[in-house]
Design a protein around this ligand. Structure first.
Ligand SMILES: *[C@@H]1O[C@H](CO)[C@@H](O)[C@H](O)[C@H]1NC(C)=O
Ligand SMILES: *[C@@H]1O[C@H](CO)[C@@H](O)[C@H](O)[C@H]1NC(C)=O
Length: 352
């Protein structure tokens, strides 16, 4: 009798312990930095033309509401938050419709049009990375005031930090504007950006972050906007840009390997969207897509932001048949597929 009692007691304690470890190892919040791939509407609240808070953006978002996400629905980090057992959407820090109680489990400081390089954020007057970090410091203060000190610090160290940027540094800045291209070779510019990314991770770590996913860049030569310019190459992906993506991702990845050795207690992963997106672009029908070379919105060849207007008679009716929503950004369906791939292949250690 006594034995039985002890055994059931032990079993109970074991189960309780398992439950506790489970809850403790899950992430407390998802905190996001980056560009339009992860902006949920911060740009609605700053003076810039890099916006998407109007129809047809958001037409497949809950409520059919345009939020400032550059897609027809949810974006990659929304799906990741949901996969982590948190909310199905991550709100924008500058959106007054949300307060610290919402931000406590997920927040994005991202700004469409930005990059690692300050000169990139200057092109469309958007929020530079250093400013996103300033907002994050402000967030920490508000979080601690809201939750109290021990709980606030715990949330900060158990949150998953995600970054996604870099494409604009090349396409919006280096290959479009004078300046950086006369200063740096493409390889030197990559090293310059990796140095900024490295400093950023170190600063985040210094502020208490431990679980960090550094995002890579997609095959940028396959964005419809770039294909449109590839008249000599029958509107195929621009190989030169895809090569830059591969090289840059390689350098970012190496940097994360180094920082994992240098910073005690850090869990830094490199989340690479290149191959999942490339797989979709190469074999669209496997995923139920019919169009890869043009976006759904308007002609799909060059429109994004204000040019992707609701009055365009060319906009497609079913975005699920399109890999890209506008000339530069994936559809919700593509984002969902990429998020699933990232959660499974790169974030598994954070989600146990
Ligand atoms: C970007 O600008 C900020 C604010 O002026 C500055 O502190 C930072 O050093 C700049 N970053 C680089 C890489 O020049
Ligand atoms: C990354 O590291 C690997 C292994 O150390 C090395 O072979 C490769 O050249 C590095 N790549 C870059 C771009 O630095």
């Amino acid at each position: 009798m006594a034995y039985k009692h002890i055994i059931s007691c032990l079993l109970f304690v074991t189960q309780l312990l398992m439950l506790v470890t489970r809850i403790e190892s899950k992430v407390s919040a998802v905190v996001v930095f980056g560009d339009s791939t992860v902006d949920a509407g911060n740009n609605n609240f700053i003076p810039t033309i890099a916006r998407s808070n109007f129809e047809p953006y958001g037409r497949d978002f809950p409520g059919g509401r345009p939020t400032g996400r550059f897609s027809n629905g949810r974006i990659v980090t929304d799906f990741i938050s949901q996969a982590m057992g948190l909310n199905p959407t991550i709100p924008a820090y500058l959106d007054p419709a949300y307060d610290i109680s919402a931000f406590a489990v997920g927040v994005t400081f991202a700004s469409a049009g930005t990059g690692y390089d300050n000169a990139t954020s200057d092109v469309l007057s958007v929020i530079p990375l250093w400013k996103q970090l300033e907002y994050y410091k402000d967030y920490q203060k508000r979080l601690k005031a809201y939750m109290g000190e021990p709980k606030g610090s715990q949330t900060i160290s158990e949150a998953l930090y995600m970054t996604s940027m870099g494409t604009n540094d090349f396409l919006e800045n280096y290959y479009t504007m004078p300046g950086r291209s006369s200063q740096y070779t493409p390889e030197e510019y990559q090293n310059f950006l990796v140095g900024i990314a490295r400093n950023f991770v170190q600063e985040l770590y210094g502020l208490g972050a431990r679980k960090i996913s550094l995002g890579g860049i997609p095959p940028m030569g396959c964005m419809p906007l770039e294909r449109t310019t590839n008249t000599a190459g029958s509107y195929d992906c621009v190989e030169r840009y895809n090569t830059i993506s591969l090289q840059f991702n390689d350098k970012l990845k190496n940097m994360t390997v180094e920082l994992n050795k240098e910073l005690p207690g850090i869990k830094l992963v490199f989340s690479n969207p290149y191959s999942p997106l490339m797989n979709i672009i190469k074999r669209p029908s496997l995923y139920g897509f019919q169009v890869t070379g043009a976006g759904c919105c308007a002609t799909g060849m060059f429109e994004m932001g204000y040019a992707c207007s609701r009055t365009s008679m060319f906009t497609c009716t079913d975005a699920n048949k399109y890999v890209f929503w506008d000339a530069f950004h994936p559809t919700e369906k593509t984002y969902h597929l990429i998020a699933d791939y990232i959660v499974k292949n790169f974030l598994a250690e954070f989600n146990v």
